[in-house]
Design a protein around this ligand. Structure first.
Ligand code: ATP
Ligand code: MG
Length: 422
């Protein structure tokens, strides 16, 4: 017997039992984004490989070893997007969204990285992200953080820690880079293979190592803050002041560098200690240089992306996911005539009560079998239509979750009766 084909490692199906959680999270997030005036943008899942090399940076984990890159039939090198910012910037430039205007955009969709699959780390995962363009001040940085804090509040997620840092300007980072190279060179014996390779190509990346054996070395590395100039420091202090005024708690983490090269000034992460090693549920920052780096005019930009699987995992741990049922009412149909009339009745109810989720029994069968399905559907009530009821133009309502006596309702009054129930 041949083996059945299975899903690719690290790529998961969202099954019917889970999709209500996804829908709930997505619709709550969409709602909040709309209340802040953010507009949705949808980009293709595949882009030219060059786009990611030029934006994320050649010497990053993502570009070096995580991208799904392939040649298409024309010989073009294409890549399944590993993140959303590069494509969003590309689209905004291509369609003139950045000329003398500000933008507040959001996107959502699957991202692809060939990482080692583990809990909270997948090869296809879902992000919702936010990008703003044309706004240079710390006020928009603060708004983004307030927006994310509101998301956690409204989703009922507790205990996330906000970590903040400033990466300064490219010049300031260049100075810092020299200090880092000197420090790590002096401790070359303690560097792992990846870090040795990065020592000269991209030493800041060493700070982002996930290798516990390097933790102490990294903790004692010189701090970027000392290399920041006046303007960068002022931007950061103003942001901190705005967050203080808004009552948002944060932790300054001078080692926070992020895994992508395009960031400058503000970077931040929301972290939980409830998911083990994969604790970052949302990450972002400012990337003022990226638009110009991709050939556009200098445009300040700042954004963040949330990992939806990780957010759902935290919500699961904290017990704040809503209990999902697939139906409010289940229509039980006994007999041939009732089956015919039942379809029409169901349509009528859906016309009259657009909020009602009504499952109509299909496939015949006895009372017992139909009630079993009604129960499994999670519906509050079963509506019973048999030949008797049909004769009297009535429907019986049987409560499935509550100890309430069965009642008979005239078909014409049914919608009104159900309106109070569901
Ligand atoms: P990490 O440090 O965990 O590798 P990252 O810095 O690579 O994250 P970003 O590129 O900033 O992550 O992506 C933003 C968010 O997307 C992360 O904070 C995380 O919640 C989520 N994310 C990133 N990679 C994965 C993945 N492979 N599987 C699931 N979620 C992910
Ligand atoms: Mg990563």
């Amino acid at each position: 017997m041949s083996k059945n084909i299975q899903a690719i490692r690290g790529m998961h199906d969202v099954l019917p039992g889970e999709s209500p959680h996804w829908q709930y999270l997505e619709s709550r997030v969409r709602g909040v984004l709309g209340r802040y005036g953010y507009e949705e943008i949808r980009m293709p899942i595949v882009e030219f490989t060059e786009l990611f090399k030029r934006s994320i940076g050649e010497v990053t984990d993502i570009v070096e070893k995580e991208m799904y890159t392939f040649e298409d039939r024309n010989g073009d090198s294409l890549t399944l997007r590993p993140e959303g910012t590069a494509g969003c910037v590309r689209a905004a430039m291509e369609h003139g969204l950045l000329h003398n205007q500000t933008q507040r955009l959001w996107y959502q969709g699957p991202m692809f990285r060939h990482e080692r699959p583990q809990k909270g780390r997948y090869r296809q995962f879902q992000q919702m992200g936010v990008e703003t363009f044309g706004l240079a001040g710390p006020d928009i940085d603060a708004e983004l953080i307030l927006l994310s804090a509101r998301l956690w509040r409204e989703l009922g997620i507790r205990g996330l820690e906000l970590q903040l840092n400033s990466l300064g300007t490219a010049e300031e980072r260049a100075r810092y880079r020299e200090e880092l190279v000197a420090y790590f060179s002096a401790h070359a014996g303690q560097l792992d293979e990846d870090s040795k390779r990065r020592l000269h190509s991209n030493p800041l990346r060493i700070l982002d190592t996930k290798n516990p054996a390097m933790a102490e070395l990294v903790a004692n590395a010189p701090s970027l803050a000392a290399c920041l100039g006046e303007a960068s420091t002022a931007h950061f202090e103003q942001l901190c002041g705005l967050l203080d005024a808004a009552g948002i708690a944060y932790v300054r983490n001078p080692r926070l560098v992020r895994g992508l090269d395009y960031y400058s000034l503000t970077v931040f992460e929301w972290v939980t200690d409830q998911l083990g090693a994969q604790g970052t549920v949302c990450a972002g920052g400012r990337y003022d240089g990226l638009v110009a780096q991709l050939g556009g005019r200098e445009t300040p930009a700042v954004g963040f992306a949330m990992g939806i699987e990780r957010l759902l995992a935290v919500m699961e741990v904290q017990g704040v996911l809503p209990k999902a049922t697939r139906a409010d009412a289940y229509l039980v149909l006994m007999g041939e005539r009732a089956q015919q009339a039942g379809l029409a009745l169901a349509e009528q109810l859906r016309d009259q009560l657009p909020g009602l989720r009504l499952l109509t029994h299909c496939g015949g069968g006895g009372f017992k079998a139909q009630f079993k399905r009604a129960d499994r559907s999670g519906a509050k009530v079963a509506l019973v239509l048999g030949d008797d009821e049909l004769e009297r133009q009535q429907v019986s309502i049987k409560h499935l979750r509550e100890d309430v006596p069965q009642e008979s309702v005239a078909m014409n009054d049914l919608a009104q009766r159900l309106a109070g129930l569901v």
